[in-house]
Design a protein around this ligand. Structure first.
Ligand SMILES: NC(=O)c1ccc[n+]([C@@H]2O[C@H](COP(=O)([O-])OP(=O)(O)OC[C@H]3O[C@@H](n4cnc5c(N)ncnc54)[C@H](OP(=O)(O)O)[C@@H]3O)[C@@H](O)[C@H]2O)c1
Length: 307
C-alpha cells in the first residue's frame, strides 16, 4: 500500500511509520515543519507539509499529500491540552481531503479509550466528535481506541522513578486491571485496518494480550531490569500536578481548568463502571489479525538504565 500518515513526528505516528516500512509499504507523512521532521524520520519516507490547526490550508495541503495514497493513518495531538474546536475541524478537513484524493480508507487513532456515546469528559468527547467529523466525508473510517501504552514507561512521567528509585509510580489504583499495549502493536493493528476498507464505520477498542495490575507490571519490570522494582499507586492529584508544565502556555485559570479536567478523566479511567482500561482482544483479532506482544517481551527489549 501507499500510505499517508499524520502525526508522524509523534511517538504513536513514528511507530506506524516504522511498522509500515518494515511491512514494505510506501510512506508519505504530512507534518507542520518538513525541514525539522525530515531529520528525525527514516530514509525513504516522503515528507509533505500541512498544518492541521489551519483548517482551510490544512485541507488543501492534505488533499495534495494524500494523492495516490490508498489509506490514511490519522493521529492527532492531545485532546486534553488543545482546543477541541480546531481538532474537530482538523478531523473534518482530513475526511474531506481523503475524499478529494480518493483515499480508500482512513484509520483513526483516538489515542485514548472510547465509548460509543458522549461521556462528559472533554478529552473523550472531542475524540468522539472527531470521529463523526471524519465520517461526514463518507470515506470509510475505521477507528482504533487504544488503552494505555507500555511505551509510556519510557517517558518523563514514569521512567525516572523506575531507573532512579526502583519504583513504578503510576496513577493507577492497586486493583485497576489494565490491558497495556505497545505502540508497535497499535501500529500493526492500524496497518491491518488499512488493508480492510470494508471495516469502515467500525470502532475497535484495542489493548494488549494480557490484563495486568500495577504489582504484576512491577514484577515483569523487575525481571526485565534484573533488579527489584516496586509498584506505587500515585494519587490522581499528584499525577495532575506533575502535568502542570504541559499547560504552562495557557493563562492560569485555563491551566487550572485543564488540570481539573485531566483529573476527572483519570478518576474515570480508575473507577469508571465501564472499565475503560480493560479490553478483550479475542473478537478484535478475528477481524484485525496480528500477533500481540506480552508485557514481559516488550520490557525485555527496553533499556532500564540511563546508560
Ligand atoms: N493511551 C496512552 O497511553 C497515551 C499515552 C500518551 C499520549 N496519549 C494521547 O495521545 C495523544 C497524542 O499524544 P501527544 O500529544 O503526546 O503526541 P505527540 O507524541 O506529541 O504527537 C503529536 C503529533 O501531532 C502533531 N501536531 C501537533 N500540532 C499539529 C498541527 N497543528 N498540525 C499538524 N500536526 C500537528 C505533532 O507534530 P509536530 O512535530 O509538528 O509537533 C506530532 O506529530 C494525546 O491525546 C495524548 O493524550 C495517550
Amino acid at each position: 500500500m501507499k500510505l499517508l500518515i499524520l502525526g508522524a513526528t509523534g511517538d504513536q505516528g513514528r511507530a506506524q511509520v516504522e511498522a509500515a516500512l518494515t511491512q514494505g509499504h510506501e510512506v508519505r507523512v504530512a507534518v507542520r515543519d518538513p525541514g525539522r521532521a525530515a531529520a528525525g524520520l527514516p530514509r525513504g519516507v516522503e515528507v509533505a507539509a500541512a498544518d492541521l490547526a489551519t483548517a482551510d490550508w490544512g485541507e488543501e495541503a492534505l488533499a495534495r499529500a494524500a494523492e495516490g495514497c490508498e489509506a490514511l493513518l490519522a493521529n492527532y495531538p492531545s485532546s486534553s491540552f488543545n482546543d477541541g474546536g480546531w481538532l474537530i475541524d482538523a478531523a473534518a478537513a482530513t475526511g474531506r481531503a481523503a475524499a478529494i484524493a480518493g483515499v480508500r480508507v482512513v484509520v483513526f487513532n483516538t489515542s485514548l479509550p472510547q465509548r460509543e456515546r458522549l461521556m462528559g469528559y472533554a478529552a473523550h468527547d472531542v475524540r468522539f466528535r472527531m470521529r463523526l467529523a471524519l465520517m461526514a466525508s463518507r470515506v470509510p473510517v475505521v477507528t482504533l481506541a487504544p488503552v494505555v501504552f507500555m511505551d509510556n514507561l519510557l517517558r518523563g512521567w514514569a521512567f525516572p522513578a523506575i531507573v532512579d528509585e526502583g519504583c513504578f509510580r503510576y496513577a493507577h489504583l492497586p486493583e485497576l486491571e489494565v490491558s497495556w499495549v505497545c505502540q508497535a502493536d497499535l501500529a500493526s493493528l492500524m496497518l491491518s485496518a488499512a488493508a480492510r476498507p470494508q471495516l469502515g464505520g467500525e470502532v475497535f477498542r484495542v489493548g494488549g494480550p494480557e490484563t495486568l495490575r500495577g504489582e504484576e507490571v512491577a514484577h515483569r519490570l523487575s525481571v526485565a531490569a534484573g533488579r527489584p522494582i516496586r509498584f506505587e499507586s500515585q494519587s490522581v492529584d499528584a499525577f495532575c500536578e506533575g502535568m502542570r508544565p504541559q499547560v504552562s502556555r495557557h493563562p492560569p485559570a485555563e491551566a487550572a481548568r485543564l488540570l481539573e479536567e485531566l483529573g476527572r478523566i483519570y478518576r474515570w479511567y480508575n473507577e469508571g463502571a465501564e472499565r475503560p482500561f480493560t479490553v478483550d482482544m479475542t473478537p478484535v483479532l478475528e477481524q484485525l489479525p496480528v500477533t500481540l506482544t506480552p508485557f514481559s517481551d516488550w520490557a525485555a527489549h527496553q533499556r532500564w538504565s540511563r546508560a
